[in-house]
Design a protein around this ligand. Structure first.
Ligand SMILES: O=C(O)C(=O)C[C@]1(C(=O)O)C=C[C@@H](O)C=C1
Length: 358
């Protein structure tokens, strides 16, 4: 039965889509022209995270509704990603194989037009970016339940790369398998994931053998090949390996979030919504760390994170990873960082970068 009201609305949607299509084409042509200008100027890297974060923050702020601001950001994220792909393909290395949270984080940050390169480990990401085999890398650096990913912190110090972005991803863990939970004898699980689901496992699968694997996606791959096996993995990986979601959302902490860093060789410009990450060493005498941090406090600079790690240069020597709000070029930040650098026995800026937008 024809509904004239529905037909009229669909006609109006078609007209809006046509306008959309024209504007999308115009935006793509402008991106191509921007790419040509960059090419002529001899720019090597066409990706500008500072500009992208400003666009995304603006459209979220100007969003008239009814879509949520996050949904608007997701749509514009893909438009920008497609625009950049018209200018220059973007190779991004992440902790693979396909289906890991790192892949989801990479797509959240760069959009689906980026060319993603799965790696077997975090160290390979740093190596690929350092050797220009990938332009950027996405590395997990801390989880809200389990704390820091120490390997990422150590490699940030070992490699001369810059942090040029961050992504926050709500981590939802699922028990996936080809068989019902009653027949599960083994659970393939990454060690970080195992820690984030410790209570659930102890309550619901206390007898199951827990098998450590290199990533959440490898967990799904192994479970798919094991008649009594299951995995804790992502929805993406479960689909990829033909597994059913037996139980969704089994992480112990309902706010379970992982923060990923974008590593590369570029420096960003201030956007007014930035973070700066440093690694410092205090001289080995009482009160030296306090003396190091007090200029930040005196200047009213917000520290969002401080983490100590063995310096690996001598036993019981430590370095401190500091995250603070602001860009190293900000007028309020630059002079304080100079003081800090003078007082520290070691100080290196790992990068200033736009804060995660959504
Ligand atoms: O403004 C630029 O530099 C562009 O390349 C355009 C654009 C965009 O689509 O808006 C695309 C990629 C960049 O990372 C930033 C912005």
């Amino acid at each position: 039965m024809k509904n004239p009201e529905l037909a009229a609305l669909r006609k109006a949607i078609d007209q809006v889509d046509q306008q959309f299509l024209q504007l999308l084409g115009e935006r793509g042509r402008l991106a191509q022209q921007v790419g040509a200008v960059k090419q002529a100027a001899g720019e090597v890297n066409f990706y500008h995270p500072d500009r992208e974060s400003e666009i995304l923050r603006r459209v979220m702020a100007d969003n008239p509704g009814p879509f949520s601001s996050e949904q608007v950001a997701i749509i514009f994220r893909e438009i920008i990603s497609a625009g950049l792909a018209l200018e220059q393909p973007l190779q991004v290395a992440y902790l693979g194989p396909a289906g890991t949270f790192s892949q989801i984080a990479a797509q959240k940050h760069f959009g689906r037009a980026a060319v993603l390169q799965p790696t077997a480990g975090i160290a390979e990401i740093f190596r690929l970016v350092d050797s220009d085999q990938a332009r950027f890398g996405v590395v997990p650096v801390e989880n809200s339940t389990e704390g820091s990913v120490n390997l990422s912190l150590d490699l940030l110090l070992d490699y001369p790369l810059q942090i040029c972005g961050e992504v926050q991803l709500r981590i939802v863990h699922n028990l996936v398998a080809k068989v019902p939970i009653s027949t599960v004898r083994r659970v393939y699980v990454h060690y970080q994931t195992r820690a984030q689901c410790r209570q659930w496992l102890a309550t619901h699968l206390p007898q199951a053998e827990l098998v450590d694997v290199a990533s959440n996606a490898v967990a799904a791959e192994r479970a798919a090949a094991d008649a009594d096996g299951s995995a804790i993995s992502t929805t993406l990986a479960a689909e990829a390996y033909g597994l059913d979601i037996l139980v969704a959302g089994i992480e112990d902490n309902p706010e379970n979030t992982t923060r990923f860093l974008i590593i590369g060789k570029i420096h960003t410009r201030p956007t007014g919504n930035d973070k700066t990450s440093l690694v410092v060493a205090a001289a080995n005498h009482p009160g030296s760390l306090h003396a190091l941090l007090s200029p930040l406090a005196d200047a009213g600079i917000s520290l969002t994170r401080i983490e100590s790690r063995p310096a690996r240069s001598a036993i019981w020597e430590y370095v401190f990873y500091l995250d603070l709000l602001g860009h190293c070029q900000d007028a309020a930040i630059a002079p304080v960082l100079d003081v800090l650098a003078q007082q520290a026995s070691f100080c290196r800026c790992l990068g200033s970068y736009p804060r995660a937008v959504f």
